[in-house]
Design a protein around this ligand. Structure first.
Ligand SMILES: NC(=O)c1ccc[n+]([C@@H]2O[C@H](COP(=O)([O-])OP(=O)(O)OC[C@H]3O[C@@H](n4cnc5c(N)ncnc54)[C@H](O)[C@@H]3O)[C@@H](O)[C@H]2O)c1
Length: 403
């Protein structure tokens, strides 16, 4: 098939490479010239495990451009542009602009919406552009997006006309997973409800972590393991930590809350989960204040392991709060090579060694595997991601009772 992908970020770039690996001819479009240039050379400007290899192996079937003209003749065009939340509401401008740009160059394709959008959007886009439209929400996780795209748990297709469904089935025919074919609105809501549920699950275990810290001998990791083995509960997203961040859960929970409010529905459980998440940073800050140490090294800055994505990173928020509270802070993250503009110069270190050398306390803030194997110096460690052996004498593990 000839397939277009508009928006070459974390979702679009992986999608383009995976579809090319399945033998399709893929045309990627992005407004960002430097991204297009990098992808054209078979090099990913984003850190995503396995993506560089996939791009270079399939470069003959991939072309990238800043011009929508290349989409002429495509049977399906995926939209993977941002849907940020602004003032607690979803901003659909990128999606509408991109859809209209596609409609200007081709009337023949099915426009498949990968971007996370509130229910009703696919229907509006269909009316606006006159194109055939499918809702095909994305469930991949950054850090394992290549694997997740090749081996998804399910594929969701929202459609109205058979032609829309048939083409999407053709694209995803290589996948061995259940395919949910449903209305546009169900498909759009499946995505939001899934992300909201994951956020609730994480906040729930974080509250149990707070409780464990008050109960002699209790440890949230043990409690979570005992809970997770119950098939009705499941062990994924049941790990206590510094809280959830990233490009999806914060903005999607916020968009869902305001979308539901606009319909007169108050999602109380979700609202509480957001509030609990906000408190995670203050919780760690409180631990540090009690220790009365002022020099802190934070290990991990990305919102999670195996990515360089800093969007809504809890670690970055913690660092900002520490600076605000006059702590002397140094940070290290294996995937972050240049400091984000919100951090003062000199805070980001090039190596763990530089980072930990002069500090009094180490805070593990991102779950990178290398931190779990680290030979840490004899310094106090606050393990805010539960990656190291909590019984070591110098470790203060969150969610674990300590005398
Ligand atoms: N990041 C994830 O893991 C993930 C997972 C599931 C769903 N999603 C959803 O997928 C969508 C994309 O997310 P992302 O993380 O890939 O975003 P991103 O910000 O990494 O990438 C979006 C890309 O779109 C480009 N763009 C913006 N406007 C454009 C236009 N008019 N034409 C062409 N390109 C344009 C940007 O330059 C950027 O490269 C969002 O709706 C997000 O909620 C993301």
């Amino acid at each position: 098939m000839k397939i277009g992908v508009v928006g070459l970020g974390y979702v679009g770039s992986v999608l383009a490479a995976v579809l090319a690996s399945q033998g399709h001819e893929v045309f990627g479009v992005d407004v960002d010239k430097s991204k297009v240039h990098a992808f054209s050379q078979g090099r990913s400007p984003l850190f995503e495990p396995g993506l560089d290899e996939l791009l270079s192996e399939n470069l003959s079937r991939l072309s990238f451009s800043t011009s929508y003209d290349v989409l002429r003749g495509c049977e399906v065009v995926f939209l993977a542009v941002p849907t940020p939340t602004v003032n607690s509401e979803i901003n659909l401008n990128y999606v509408f602009d991109a859809a209209q740009s596609v409609a200007k160059v081709t009337r023949e394709c099915v426009l498949a919406i990968k971007s996370t959008v509130i229910p009703g959007t696919a229907r509006r886009l269909k009316k606006l552009t006159g194109l055939k439209v499918a809702s095909n929400p994305e469930f991949t996780r950054e850090g394992s997006a290549v694997k997740d795209t090749l081996f998804p748990d399910r594929v969701v297709i929202g459609y109205e006309e058979k032609a829309e469904l048939d083409l999407l089935h053709k694209v995803w025919s290589f996948v061995r997973a259940p395919i949910i074919q449903t209305t546009y609105e169900n498909a759009e809501l499946i995505k939001y409800a899934s992300n909201a549920f994951l956020a609730v699950k994480l906040s729930f275990i974080n509250e149990i972590a707070n409780l464990c810290e008050k109960i002699p001998t209790a440890d949230v990791d043990v409690v979570a393991r005992g809970m997770g083995l119950d098939k009705r509960i499941g062990s994924e997203y049941l790990k206590a930590g510094l809280g959830w961040g990233g490009s999806c859960l914060p903005k999607d929970t916020s968009a869902l809350l305001s979308f539901a409010s606009s319909l007169g529905v108050e999602l109380k459980v979700l609202r509480a989960a957001v509030e609990t998440n906000r408190e995670r940073i203050e919780h760690v800050l409180c631990l540090l204040k009690k220790l009365q140490k002022k020099s802190v090294c934070v290990l991990g800055l990305a919102f999670k392991q195996n990515t360089d994505d800093l969007r809504e990173s809890q670690s970055l928020k913690l660092v900002a709060r520490l600076i605000e509270e006059d702590f002397k802070v140094r940070v290290y993250d294996p995937a972050i090579k240049s400091a984000p503009s919100v951090l003062p110069a000199g805070v980001l270190c090039a190596s763990i060694k530089d980072c930990v050398e002069e500090c009094e306390v180490i805070v593990i803030a991102t779950e990178w595997e290398e931190f779990s194997k680290l030979e840490l110096p004899e310094k106090l460690v606050i393990d805010a991601r539960r990656v190291i052996e909590p019984t070591r004498h110098n470790v203060r593990a969150i969610g674990r009772w300590q005398e």
